[in-house]
Ligand binder design. Structure first.
Ligand code: PGA
Length: 253
């Protein structure tokens, strides 16, 4: 019922030339005619690479996303791009609230909520990231942390918009560390996220929202994660930078 989504977050990696080369390797290495029946595939390069990668992916069926946007459509916001600009460059999806944006760039739930509204208003699909840090997990506060991030980011977002939203659970302690949440831990948190969505939007809507897992997803752990009932895809950082490894993740069993 929920079509899985495998998304690559390229973060601040790759020049235009390198990004286009990776896009070409992906279009050659992933059989999207077969893949499209079972999952969607998304890549999220840096802002400067969006248009060239869009050109290279054209007709491939691989989707394009941005890693963040400003919440205004245009204006005097040096260094920023808007959701409308990302769409014009070829994006259909926009990652929001990634833990690196929260930790390194001071984004809080209120700002992420403004960005959610901007992205939905522009008719793009937000990939809303939530996740606890290690201290919160150790203190037994992981579920309540994630629930509060969700409530903050989704304030004022209606039911039709939640159906057009993807959630990504990324425990901060598992991002780029090589340490993955166990499939049981991830599945339990995904179930908890779905309970929060059920409380906000009812069971039918909550059941159709895709919840991705992110944090050191690799070819050798994707299968067991994807086997879990509440895990509807993956947001992949490091392992999405290599075409063969990302293609293997897309071909999860
Ligand atoms: P990772 O990053 O796969 O390198 O852990 C995931 C992410 O930050 O989205």
């Amino acid at each position: 019922m929920r079509k899985p989504l495998i998304a690559g977050n390229w973060k601040m990696h790759k020049t235009v030339g390198e990004a286009v080369q990776l896009a070409e390797q992906l279009t050659a290495g992933i059989n999207m005619i077969k893949t499209a029946e079972r999952c969607e595939v998304l890549v999220c390069p840096t802002a400067v690479c969006l248009k060239p990668v869009a050109d290279s992916l054209r007709g491939s069926g691989i989707l394009l996303g941005a890693q963040t946007v400003h919440h205004k459509s245009s204006g005097a916001y040096t260094g920023e791009i808007s959701a409308e600009m990302a769409l014009a460059a070829g994006c259909s999806h926009i990652i929001l609230g990634h833990s690196e944006r929260r930790e390194l760039f001071g984004e809080d739930d209120a700002l992420i909520n403004l960005k959610m509204k901007a992205v939905l208003n522009a008719k793009a699909v937000p990939v809303l990231c939530v996740g606890e840090v290690l201290a919160q997990r150790k203190a037994g506060e992981a579920e309540q942390t994630v629930a509060s991030q969700l409530r903050g980011a989704l304030a004022g977002i209606g039911i039709s918009d939640i159906l057009n939203t993807v959630i990504a659970y990324e425990p901060v302690w598992a991002i780029g560390t090589g340490e993955t949440a166990t499939p049981e831990q991830a599945d339990a948190m995904h179930a908890s996220i779905r309970r929060v969505l059920t409380g906000l939007y009812g069971e039918n809507a909550a059941d159709s929202v895709r919840i991705l897992y992110g944090g050191s997803v690799k070819p050798d752990n994707v299968d067991e994660l994807m086997a879990r009932p509440n895990i509807d895809g993956a947001l992949v950082g490091g392992a999405s930078l290599d075409a063969a490894s990302f293609a293997r993740i897309v071909n999860f069993k």
